[in-house]
Write a protein that binds this ligand. Sequence first.
Ligand SMILES: Cc1cc2nc3c(=O)[nH]c(=O)nc-3n(C[C@H](O)[C@H](O)[C@H](O)COP(=O)(O)O)c2cc1C
Length: 199
Amino acid sequence: MNFLDLAESRYTTKKYDANKKIADETINQLKEILRLSPSSIDSQPWRFFFVSEEQMKQKLAAVSYFNEKKINEASHLVAFTAIDDIQNFEEQIHLHLPEGSIDYYNNFLKPLPEAEIKSWFQHQVYLSLGFFLSACASLGIDSTPMEGIKGEEYDKILNIKGYKTLFAVAMGYRSADDHNQPAIKPKLRLPLEQVIVSV
Ligand SMILES: Cc1cc2nc3c(=O)[nH]c(=O)nc-3n(C[C@H](O)[C@H](O)[C@H](O)COP(=O)(O)O)c2cc1C
């Protein structure tokens, strides 16, 4: 399938087939794809928590508002977190990034207020979400991006330190009667002329 076909056919899954699990080999590919996700200056201010164990998944589902049932029925859940400790981030880039990238950070980001630096970290994590949703579609995996979760509760349950959960993605295989599939419910996108400007 080419990318346009994937963009038309992927969708936010609202109901999973609880009997179908994603193979470990596919999960390993998705982990590697996330590791390869691009970020500004290759900053990689993130950590991704893959949850397959049922009890842990249920605990997280219980703090995910209206998303609870989807998570319980999905095969896997991934919590996307952004680094929340600027000093740790700076140590990480000094170990892993070339001088030019560190200079960019020092000149353009470090002087900003703490909240803006952290917001920049979080933008990078959102970018990895787009990459990940496309990757899932390319592997025939259905997915649900979810901001409707209690991030602070995720941090406690997963014992996350120095990072902060921003959102999560449930993954698995759709239930045949999921009402949100494009074949049943066409996508509601704005017209091309409104969102694309050719100059
Ligand atoms: C960052 C983000 C957060 C979202 N949070 C939720 C959520 O908590 N629960 C849910 O069912 N859908 C959630 N969605 C799905 C969007 O509503 C959906 O992507 C949008 O309506 C477009 O539909 P499509 O993904 O089926 O093409 C989220 C999507 C994004 C990108």
